[in-house]
Design a protein around this ligand. Structure first.
Ligand code: NAD
Length: 358
């Protein structure tokens, strides 16, 4: 029997890349459970939506009845839990949604999975897996040296990372207490097509195309460890099939860059692919007030997933970024469409909203 994979948050950035991958590369039935918040759009999976193996359910992970109905109707062999509120700046302005979706939603999904799993025949119980997709932000911030590993103590600093840290603890507790076969991943910053245009890389591209100031928080010296989204998705599918139950795997691309370096590289790629009538896009770079409590540096040591499961990132940062710029240049209508029901590119998380678009 082919696998039946329940993906939560499959209309968002990483979830949709996972759904497209599963339809393209496997013979699995794919159930996409998504509430379609501001960050979720069915257009992200339009290329696979007509496939008979793809099924969409609009539901909230914190709605116990709706989630139980999905388990009963589709009988998943694997759960890949990505649904979350994911934007740090939004968590500073309004933490309540993060507590509800990331904590109550994960609890609700775990309880539905437990009830379903406990009633399965032994062979199906043995094969069932629940993968919880989390972030390296649960570990807090690094100084100039060191790396996050699976053994790094938790020290979340934002409402977003604290809510994700809590959800990681719930998942481990459901394994330890009830025996639910769970695995947890903590990944570094992702980039690639279909990222909601409020995160750093699409914001820079869209501001540049609008000939508007390109905002860089603080001094731009903060360091992030970037991973192309398709490499993350392959890691998730590797971990859920081959990872050891009860374990954690950190995932990263070993591509540390300072934020201002990322912005300058994006400006160079735009200069090549979509030249300004005169001058360079770098002339639009503007340093703006920093995010409160902005974590200094994130970096991952992915030795465990590489050595144990043989996973390797395939895209270099420069190749991935080039593809990403080309994708946003070709999909400006998609950006306008998904921004239409928000207030546009508004700076959040400073205590007061500031309009940063031209
Ligand atoms: P995203 O914000 O682009 O997408 C989140 C999706 O979840 C959206 O489709 C949204 O509609 C859905 N959703 C939100 N609340 C829901 C609810 N209550 N019920 C059902 N669906 C709901 O996020 P993303 O960047 O794709 O991140 C996906 C996951 O990966 C998150 O759990 C995030 O913490 C984690 N992660 C993200 C990154 C990154 O760099 N983006 C890095 C590491 C881990």
């Amino acid at each position: 029997m082919p696998d039946t994979v329940l993906v939560t948050g499959g209309a968002g950035f990483i979830g949709s890349a996972l759904v497209r991958y599963l339809i393209r590369e496997t013979d699995a039935q794919v159930i996409n459970l998504d509430a379609l918040t501001y960050a979720g759009h069915r257009s992200t999976v339009a290329t696979v939506a007509a496939d008979p193996r793809y099924h969409f359910v609009q539901a909230d992970v914190a709605d116990a009845d709706a989630v139980a109905r999905v388990f009963a109707a589709h009988r998943p062999t694997h759960v890949m839990h990505l649904a979350a509120e994911s934007h740090v700046d939004r968590s500073i302005d309004g933490p309540a949604a993060f507590i509800r979706t990331n904590l109550v939603g994960t609890y609700t999904l775990l309880e539905a999975a437990r009830a379903y799993w406990q009633a399965l025949p032994p062979a199906d119980q043995q094969a069932f897996r629940f993968l919880h997709v989390s972030t390296d932000e649960v570990y807090g911030a690094l100084g100039e040296t060191g790396h996050f590993r699976e053994t790094t103590p938790y020290q979340p600093t934002s409402p977003y990372s604290a809510s994700k840290a809590g959800s990681d603890h719930l998942v481990r507790a459901w394994h330890h207490t009830y025996g639910l076969p769970t695995v947890v991943t903590n990944c570094s910053n992702n980039y690639g097509p279909y990222q909601f245009p409020e995160k750093l890389i699409p914001v820079v591209i869209l501001k540049a195309l609008a000939e508007a100031p390109i905002p860089v928080y603080g001094t731009g010296e903060n360091v992030r460890d970037w991973l192309f989204v398709d490499d993350h998705v392959r890691a998730l599918w590797t971990v859920i099939r081959q990872g050891r139950v009860g374990e954690t795997y950190v995932i990263g691309g070993q591509s540390e860059r300072r934020n201002h370096e990322v912005v300058r590289t994006l400006c160079q790629l735009l200069d090549e692919q979509y030249p300004r009538p005169s001058g360079t896009y770098a002339d639009l770079i503007t340093f703006v007030t920093d995010r409160p409590g902005h974590d200094w540096r994130y970096a991952i040591d992915p030795t465990k997933i590489m050595d144990e499961l043989g996973w390797q990132p395939q895209a270099t940062f420069e190749e991935g970024l080039r593809q990403t710029v080309a994708w946003y240049l070709a999909h400006q209508d998609w950006c306008r469409h998904v921004l239409a029901d928000t207030r546009g590119l508004v700076r959040r998380g400073t205590g007061q909203d500031q309009e940063i678009s031209a």
